[in-house]
Ligand binder design. Sequence first.
Ligand code: FMN
Length: 180
Amino acid sequence: MKNIVILFASPHKTGKTSDLLNVYLKKYLQNLNDNFKIDTIYIYDQNIFPCIGCNICTKNNVCPQNAKDDVKKIFECLLKSNHIVVASPVYFSGFPSPMKALIDRAQQLYNKKVNNGKIKNLKLRTGALVATCGSNNKNNIIPLRDCCKQFFDCLDTNFLNQLYSTNTDNLDDIKVYNKT
Ligand SMILES: Cc1cc2nc3c(=O)[nH]c(=O)nc-3n(C[C@H](O)[C@H](O)[C@H](O)COP(=O)(O)O)c2cc1C
């Protein structure tokens, strides 16, 4: 059984990012010789506090913010998965703020790896980035890709697939790439 978790980072559940995610999933599932289960986490529906840089996780791996919000539950779900899909629009050359807040909180996973002496990405699962941007410039996706790769490193996830669409502000001329 393949356990797929989607981190859906657009505030629009049926917008451009969701359209592209459906394209990605269709192709990915077609090539899958396995039963699967999909859990979708709508980031905008989650309670996610930002990292406050307290550095407590450098000493005991525990983030004090975990007691107050949904991040612990989200990371537990990701760490049980076989394939993670991050689906997101580009906002000011980055991830929308709730998704960025989740990514920053992965510092606790990074520090856990450091403290356990297992700093390298163990590649226990695979991951994909599905990203859309309004302008006709595929370079706008690059900061998301770099950030996503670092996030996947913390989650022992091998960055396997990428699917991007640009020019989504121009509905008649949306361009789709599977590499930048
Ligand atoms: C706050 C905000 C910031 C944005 N910043 C960028 C940007 O830096 N570059 C870009 O090409 N598009 C930018 N866009 C456009 C979105 O990336 C684009 O419309 C996206 O496809 C929307 O996906 P959605 O339908 O899932 O919301 C921005 C949109 C918003 C609302």
